[in-house]
Design a protein around this ligand. Structure first.
Ligand SMILES: [Zn+2]
Length: 400
């Protein structure tokens, strides 16, 4: 099975499926359709005749279980991140020897820095050549699901109904924008889009974006005394009144306010902040800070010097998942049964599963054996991908 999953994975990463946040189409890039079509053909070849892709490049497939009381969704995304080229020349390392891996002249995977490598000695690893990302995020997830489907159809004795889902545009936050919940309607689901196969994610950030417009009063600087209001300085003043919680000084469950854009002149300055926290009360307090500071500055300057519009982005799925705790028990037990120790790891970002969870399909996230995603240091462990197929195979048998 290990050879099969390696072959599959190498095939999937040979498709450049980078999404784009500037096209405003669904899918955002036509090239994602190529992989979607390939996967539909592969599902047909495996005997899943009902597999199809829709006009938006979503792939759906249903497999009837022998133990068909429950229906479980398994999902992964087709696209790769924007940060780094998706044209991949993978390098295979058989029986990793535990030493520093030279990616190219200036990129190295050092086990002292990436300590999980110390546990991967003897495994088959796939790395980049340093010029692109690898796309294990999330083609490792796709390879696991496809290999699982093959194994279930060949060897499965008892398993629930399955709905397989491959989505485009996860990396631009639009992975569920065109998802058809009349087709994707399982009792609950799992995305396979994580790192270590012992990691389970069911907590993500609550997220909002603040759009700030600062309006100044421009006047010739030579005669500005007592008259000019420089909108750029008001923006700086606003920022100084926020609590000092930023991405670069927070971790784990600590939230942050992060300025992502600022541009302007004396007359007008525009700024955007993303607001993030796992805890809903603290998240609401952070939002309130933006409104309070706006009010204070408007009172101080005597006119609407700041306009603040806050848009909600996504919510922490923990609220939904914890109402169905057995959804977490299944992977926990299956991971433990392999002699491994499961870890709950909070996501410091969003996930398609969060939106699915708020649309009625509770969907925590599981690991794939892919590491250091979104850059040239990305790599995948084929052994871990293989082990994840076994974990899911055993897990599904227990879902009744
Ligand atoms: Zn991903």
């Amino acid at each position: 099975m290990k050879d099969k999953i390696l072959k599959r994975f190498l095939k999937y990463v040979s498709f450049d499926t980078q999404s784009s946040d500037t096209t405003f189409t669904h899918p955002s890039t036509v090239k994602q359709k190529e992989l979607a079509k390939y996967l539909v053909d592969e599902l047909h070849a495996l005997g899943v005749d009902n597999a199809f892709m829709d006009e938006y490049s979503y792939v759906y497939a249903k497999i009837s279980g022998t133990n068909d009381e429950k229906t479980i969704g398994l999902a992964a995304h087709l696209d790769t991140a924007l940060e780094c080229s998706g044209v991949v020349n993978p390098k295979i390392i058989e029986k990793y020897n535990g030493e520093v891996i030279k990616i190219n002249d200036y990129s190295f995977l050092d086990p002292k820095v990436f300590t999980q490598l110390n546990n991967q000695i003897g495994e088959t690893l796939v790395t980049t050549d340093g010029t692109s990302l690898l796309g294990a995020d999330d083609k490792a997830g796709i390879a696991i699901i496809m290999t699982l489907v093959e194994k279930i159809l060949k060897e499965g004795k008892e398993y629930p109904n399955l709905i397989i889902l491959f989505t485009p545009d996860e990396e631009i936050g639009e992975g569920t924008d065109k998802l058809n919940y009349e087709i994707f309607n399982p009792d609950f689901a799992y995305t396979l889009d994580g790192g270590a196969i012992t990691d389970i994610n069911y907590e993500n950030f609550n997220a909002a974006t603040a759009f700030l417009t600062f309006t100044g009063k421009a006047i010739h600087p030579g005669s500005a005394k007592g008259k000019m209001v420089n909108s750029q300085l008001v923006a700086i003043e606003f920022n100084s009144m926020l609590p000092d919680i930023r991405p670069d000084n927070t971790e784990l469950y600590e939230g942050f306010d992060h300025i992502t854009k600022i541009s302007g002149g004396v007359e007008e300055t525009k700024a955007e902040y993303i607001i993030r926290n796992h805890d809903l009360d603290l998240f609401h307090k952070q939002i309130q800070d933006f409104y309070d500071i706006t009010e204070k500055l408007n009172a101080k300057y005597g006119y609407e010097v700041v306009k603040c519009v806050i848009k909600h982005s996504y919510s922490n799925m923990s609220e939904k998942v914890t109402k169905m705790p057995y959804v977490l028990d299944y992977p926990v037990n299956a991971i433990k049964a392999k002699g491994l120790v499961p870890h709950f790891v909070p996501i410091r970002g969003g996930t398609d599963g969060a939106r699915m969870s708020y649309n009625g399909v509770v969907t925590p996230n599981l690991g794939t054996g892919g590491y250091n995603c979104h850059g040239p240091l990305e790599y995948a462990s084929i052994d871990e991908m293989n082990q994840m197929v076994d974990i899911l195979f055993d897990m599904l048998k227990e879902i009744k």
